[in-house]
Design a protein around this ligand. Structure first.
Ligand SMILES: O=C(O)CCC(=O)C(=O)O
Ligand SMILES: [Fe+2]
Length: 333
C-alpha cells in the first residue's frame, strides 16, 4: 500500500484547529422513527437525507434492534474490560487492522492529548487469536458476533436510503460493505471511558475523546442512559471563531448515527461529516465508567469511491483510510 504523508487530506489539516472547549449550546439533533421501515421507506429516506445534509447527526428510534440485545452486548463489553490488564494484553490492537485491544493509545490531531479510554475492536477478517475464550468471558464471541451482524444489517438499511437518493442502486453500499469478503473492514468498537474521582475539574485539556470527524461512511453509536459526554458541532465555524457544541442525550434504546468523511466524499460533499467529541464529566456530574459501542460502516478495502457527479478522482477505500489512521494513532503501546 502506498505511504502517504500525515495530514495530507485537507480536512486533516483543518482538524488541528478544533480542539478548544468552545461554547456549549442546547440544540437537539434530529430523531428519526424507523418503524415499518420498508413500508415507510420514502418518508424515512427524506428525513435521513435532510438530517445528513444539514446536521450530519441523527438518532434512530424503533430501529429493530431489541433493547435487551443491546443491553446484553453492553454486559459483554463490561465483562471484557473487567479482565485483568495482563489478560487483555493478550489481544493487542493490530495496527492498521482495527482489531484487538488498546489502552490509552489514541492521540487525535485536534488536541495532541491521549483519549482517556480503552477500546476493543472487532473487524471480522482479522480476529484470529484475539477473542477471549469461554472461561475468560463466557458467550462473548457468540454474542458480540451476533451484535456485529445486527448492527451491519441496520447500517446497510440506512445506507440503502442514501444510495437511492444519490442515484445508485438500493444495494450499492451493501455490496461495498460485503461481510463475506476478505477485504471487509467495517468495525465494531467497544469503548470504555475510564472512571474518574468525583468533584474534580478535568476540563483542563484532557478529553475522553477529543474532537474529530469519523473517516468511515456511517457510524452508529450505542450509548447508555445516564452516561453522557458526546457532543456535536455541526457546520463550519469562521476561522478563529469559537465553536458551538451541543450535547447528545444518551439513551439505551436510541442509536446515534453520524456521517463520516468517506460518505462525504462519496456523495460529492452533499452528506456532512460532523465534528464530535466526548468531554470529561464536570464537577458534580456522574464520573464513573462510561461505556459505548460504535459500529463503523467502512467500505471494503478494494472498493473504489467516486461520487455520482465525479467531483473528486476515484480513490480506493484502503488508500482513503490509510491516510486517516496514520494521523490518528501517534504511538502504539
Ligand atoms: O463514545 C462515543 O459516544 C463516541 C465515540 C466516537 O466518536 C468514536 O469512537 O469515533
Ligand atoms: Fe467518532
Amino acid at each position: 500500500m502506498t505511504q502517504v504523508p500525515e495530514y495530507e487530506l485537507e480536512e486533516l489539516r483543518a482538524e488541528t484547529t478544533f480542539g478548544a472547549m468552545g461554547r456549549e449550546v442546547d440544540k437537539p439533533i434530529p430523531l428519526i422513527d424507523c418503524s415499518d421501515f420498508e413500508a415507510r421507506r420514502a418518508a424515512i429516506t427524506e428525513q435521513l437525507w435532510q438530517a445528513a445534509t444539514e446536521v450530519g447527526f441523527f438518532q434512530l428510534t424503533h430501529h429493530g434492534i431489541d433493547t435487551a440485545v443491546i443491553r446484553e452486548a453492553f454486559a459483554q463489553a463490561e465483562a471484557f474490560f473487567a479482565l485483568a490488564e495482563e489478560e487483555k494484553a493478550r489481544f493487542p490492537l493490530q495496527k492498521g487492522l482495527n482489531a484487538g485491544w488498546e489502552f490509552m493509545s489514541q492521540v487525535r490531531p485536534s488536541t495532541g492529548t491521549v483519549d482517556q479510554k480503552e477500546s476493543y475492536q472487532i473487524t471480522l477478517p482479522h480476529m484470529a487469536g484475539l477473542w477471549p475464550n469461554q472461561a475468560q468471558v463466557p458467550e462473548f464471541q457468540r454474542q458480540i458476533l451476533d451484535f456485529e451482524y445486527r448492527a451491519w444489517r441496520l447500517g446497510m438499511d440506512v445506507l440503502s436510503c442514501f444510495a437511492e437518493r444519490l442515484g445508485f442502486p438500493r444495494d450499492f453500499f451493501a455490496q461495498a460493505h460485503d461481510r463475506a469478503q476478505p477485504d471487509y473492514q467495517s468495525t465494531l468498537r467497544l469503548l470504555h471511558y475510564l472512571p474518574l474521582p468525583e468533584d474534580k475539574d478535568y476540563n483542563d485539556g484532557l478529553w475522553r475523546a477529543s474532537a474529530h470527524t469519523d473517516f468511515d461512511c456511517l457510524t452508529m453509536v450505542f450509548q447508555r442512559t445516564g452516561q453522557g459526554g458526546l457532543q456535536v458541532s455541526p457546520g463550519k465555524a469562521p476561522a478563529g471563531a469559537e465553536r458551538e457544541w451541543a450535547s447528545v442525550i444518551p439513551e439505551d434504546g436510541l442509536i446515534t448515527c453520524n456521517i463520516g468523511d468517506m460518505l462525504t466524499r462519496w456523495s460529492d460533499d452533499q452528506l456532512k461529516s460532523t465534528l464530535h467529541r466526548v468531554r470529561m464529566p464536570k464537577p458534580g456530574e456522574y464520573a464513573g465508567s462510561r461505556y459505548s459501542m460504535a459500529f463503523f460502516c467502512q467500505a471494503n478495502k478494494t472498493v473504489s469511491i467516486q461520487g455520482p457527479g465525479g467531483k473528486y478522482p476515484p480513490i480506493t477505500a484502503a488508500d482513503f483510510l490509510q491516510q486517516r489512521i496514520q494521523a490518528n494513532y501517534a504511538a502504539m503501546k
